[in-house]
Design a protein. Structure first.
Length: 355
């Protein structure tokens, strides 16, 4: 009976991952929960007293179903449907930064040249950027609560950094920026990422503002799969933000840790922070090399459309996290109902057997 149950759960995981359309190796959350499920099953069945078995069945079914629902399309059904198109031309900036400027390591002349270019483009967009090591444009909203969008413009030595990370910089430069948002917006172009997140760490340490979310865009020009990446250590802090982005996106799934970039220092402070990337599977061999010269327009544009929706949503929604909360409450209710159902069936089968 027990191996049969474990096998059924495994099968259910594989089938559900196919249904959701997410390639199995990246089904990190689900695999975590599955392992937890099996450990609990083993613990209660083998170690704990028999009388716990039924409550265990309820609890594990609940967590399994709940978990499945939170990464199912349920969140997208609750998300507002923005028919926004990303109209920018980010490839111009990718081309300029990777070809005309070229490698732009931390504290180099080329790094300054890149920063000045970014500052100039922001001015042209009618923003008032500040350039102190990083370049930041702030758009004051009605509220002090703010969201930070960031991308790093520095590279490692000798790499022209088209994908890592002119792609992310270019997307932010070409966003249609909301003029009078409810929440305050900060758009920061970091340097020092390749030196060990030095500048984003300084900013996170000195932070005075009421940051409600950090969205970092890094290496999004190559790679089919989109990842909405959180840290393992502060998974819960970023869970809501990852769900928010996931709900608004047409692709990608929240996953743990594939991207180590400028969102990390904020996440470590317990601030909701997520990294958007396409290069986590390391299928692209040119990261940090002289060959990092090419990005795919389709991937850049797809990522741009997502970031455009996210910035629009967090700018104008009264409570940007409200739809995520609604989706989660629905998940909880459905999970309780399903767990009761499973418990009821098992209970009846047992009583019948006894009779
Ligand atoms: Zn990077």
């Amino acid at each position: 009976m027990k191996p049969f149950l474990a096998l059924s759960v495994l099968l259910a995981t594989i089938v559900s991952s196919l249904v959701v359309g997410y390639p199995f190796p990246y089904y990190i959350y689900m695999v975590h929960e599955l392992i937890l499920f099996l450990v609990l099953l083993w613990f209660f069945n083998v170690v704990a007293h028999k009388k716990w078995t039924e409550s265990l069945l309820f609890v594990t079914t609940f967590s399994f179903v709940f978990f499945f629902l939170t990464i199912s399309p349920l969140t997208s059904w609750f998300a507002p449907d923005y028919s926004l198109s990303y109209t920018g031309d980010p490839l111009i900036h990718v081309d300029y930064l990777s070809t005309a400027v070229g490698p732009r390591p931390y504290s180099s002349e080329k790094e300054e040249e890149a920063a000045s270019y970014i500052e100039r483009i922001l001015h042209q967009k009618g923003l008032s950027p500040e350039y102190h090591t990083n370049v930041t444009a702030t758009i004051q909203g009605e509220k002090e609560e703010s969201f930070l969008f960031c991308a790093h413009f520095d590279t490692v030595e000798d790499s022209p950094g088209a994908d890592d990370n002119a792609s992310g910089v270019a997307i932010l430069l070409e966003l249609d920026i909301p003029e009078s948002p409810k929440n305050t917006l900060m758009i920061t172009f970091f340097t020092g990422e390749e030196k060990g997140l030095t500048e984003s760490t300084d900013m996170a340490d000195a932070l005075q503002t009421n940051l409600k979310g950090v969205i970092c865009v890094d290496t999004v020009g190559v790679g089919e799969d989109l990842h909405i990446s959180c840290l393992r250590s502060h998974r819960f802090a970023s869970f809501w933000l990852a769900q928010l982005i996931y709900g608004l996106s047409d692709e990608g799934t929240p996953s743990i840790g594939p991207l180590f970039s400028d969102h990390v220092p904020f996440n470590r402070k317990g601030i909701p922070a997520a990294g958007i990337t396409r290069s986590t599977n390391r299928l692209y061999p040119h990261i940090h090399s002289e060959q990092d010269r090419i990005v795919h327009e389709e991937y850049v544009m797809r990522t741009g459309s997502l970031i455009q929706k996210v910035i629009f949503h967090v700018s104008y929604a009264e409570n940007p996290y409200a739809f995520v909360e609604r989706a989660l409450i629905t998940s909880i209710v459905l999970s309780i109902a399903l767990s009761c159902g499973v418990w009821w069936i098992v209970y009846n089968v047992r009583t019948e057997r006894k009779e």
